[in-house]
Design a protein around this ligand. Structure first.
Ligand SMILES: [Fe+2]
Length: 142
């Protein structure tokens, strides 16, 4: 954004809270991708809502799977904070369906998990190559 932009500077605005409510996840097959995520994380696919197939994440955020069949799908990154007690089950389900998980976002450490911020985490690809992350502790940002 240039210096002559027309938007007010944040310091000029009242403090606001804007919670992420939903976002679209592109998929070549919305059912396949939504079912995959739900099978790994232990969630349920919602009823179709127009062209969207929703997955409610339990914290008020919905992933709306949307099919894009005629053009390549650009990989995005989605990170899920999950209960420590359910992490092992998620890893086991990835292994059961033959999906490789990695300790790092660049996928150079296959079959390993990380221990960032005192928790556990792993990365894996969804059917369209979206880089999914599960972690038991949120990032500690300075
Ligand atoms: Fe991440």
């Amino acid at each position: 954004m240039s210096d002559d932009q027309q938007y007010p500077h944040a310091s000029e605005l009242p403090t606001a809270v804007a919670q992420l409510n939903h976002t679209v996840v592109y998929a070549s097959d919305r059912h396949l991708s939504a079912e995959f995520l739900c099978a790994i994380l232990g969630l349920k696919v919602g009823a179709p809502f127009g062209p969207f197939l929703p997955v409610d994440l339990g914290n008020g955020v919905t992933l709306d799977y949307y099919e894009k069949r005629d053009e390549p799908i650009q990989s995005q990154h989605y990170a899920f904070l999950v209960p420590e007690a359910q992490f092992d089950g998620m890893i086991a389900r990835l292994e059961a369906v033959g999906i490789t998980y990695y300790a790092d976002p660049s996928h150079t450490e296959p079959g390993r998990i990380n221990h960032l911020f005192g928790g556990r985490g792993a990365y894996f690809d969804d059917p369209d190559g979206h880089n999914m992350e599960i972690m038991t502790r949120p990032y500690v940002r300075p």
